[in-house]
Design a protein around this ligand. Structure first.
Ligand code: GDP
Length: 294
């Protein structure tokens, strides 16, 4: 992995000289390049600035590593810190024997409905009894879309009615579970094209009623800079326990993942890697770190 990492950066940083310890001047020069690389990968400006300041402080005085030169050492330090910031090892959502309720939130078009279907397929394959709840009453086709996905996966779906009260939704879910026990309920919720106060209030009310065990924010990796704002607002207003980054198969470099993770401090559980139901993978911080460095 590391051999192919940040080739462009390494070329630029190769002119850093041959001292065995990283000097302040070397680090300063290289941090400018690192910051440019992060911005090119669509990392939010403030996140990039803070990240570079933190790594820069750590790098001064460090030994140049083994067979590497100063530039390669800097890139390795940056890579390792990126992996840590992105979460270290890949993480999994909490899953008890029963009573799991996952609440999917995010902007319209982020991939909530698709990801709900993908999660249903993923966990059904692991032997879970899944119920999908189609509570996206905002986008007209969303409930039908989830119904199609539920048939494809082979799990039941409960469709929320227009303007249904959250307490009624809870009652209907409980009624369903009483006659058809399920251990993982995945709730697809309404999104809007942009952050919207009314939407936030609706989501908060539904969340309070359903008391989910995980609240998964679905973030489109292609949204770049906007990801920070989305993650910050959803976390502040609704409370997020984990993230799913969709459209990682696109040409986005992964900066949105770093921004969303940094601003919420919440683990990124999955990456969406295609439009297909099977296009869901664990999120691997080291792969994304490599991609961010280009
Ligand atoms: P929602 O409004 O958040 O429910 O968004 P949808 O689930 O309807 O997804 C919006 C569009 O993004 C659809 O065309 C999906 O097929 C597509 N999509 C969702 N996730 C992925 C992904 O991981 N990769 C790709 N390439 N497309 C995706």
């Amino acid at each position: 992995m590391f051999e192919s990492l940040g080739n462009k950066l390494q070329d630029i940083l190769d002119k850093l000289g041959r001292e065995r310890q990283l000097t302040e001047a070397q680090v300063k020069a290289s941090m400018r390049e690192i910051r440019m690389a992060l911005l090119e990968a669509d990392v939010n400006f403030t996140v990039a600035k803070d990240f570079v300041a933190r790594v820069g402080e750590q790098a001064v005085g460090q030994q140049v590593l083994g067979s590497l030169n100063a530039g390669q050492t800097v890139v390795k330090l940056v890579h390792d810190e990126l992996v840590q910031t992105l979460g270290g090892e890949s993480a999994q959502p909490s899953l008890e024997k029963s009573g799991n309720v996952w609440f999917m939130v995010g902007l319209q078009g982020a991939g909530k409905t698709t990801s709900a279907g993908k999660l249903a397929a993923h966990y059904k394959a692991k032997g879970r009894r899944v119920l999908l709840v189609a509570a996206d009453t905002q986008r007209p086709a969303a409930r039908d879309q989830l119904e199609v996905l539920s048939k494809q996966v082979g799990v039941p779906v409960l469709k929320v009615a227009d303007a249904e009260a959250p307490s009624e939704t809870r009652r209907r879910i409980e009624e369903h579970l009483a006659r058809d026990p399920r251990d993982l309920v995945i709730v697809d919720t309404a999104g809007r094209l942009q952050i919207d106060e009314v939407l936030m209030d609706q989501l908060a009310a539904l969340k309070a009623e359903l008391a989910p065990t995980e609240t998964l924010l679905v973030v489109d990796a292609m949204t770049g800079q906007e990801a920070l704002n989305v993650a910050q607002t959803f976390d502040a207003r609704i409370g997020v326990s984990g993230l799913i980054m969709t459209k990682m198969d696109g040409d986005a470099r992964g900066g949105a993942a770093l921004s969303a993770r940094t601003v919420t401090g919440k683990p990124i559980y999955f990456a969406g890697t295609s439009e297909k139901i099977s296009g869901l993978e664990p999120f691997y911080p080291d792969r994304v770190a490599g991609r961010i460095l280009g």
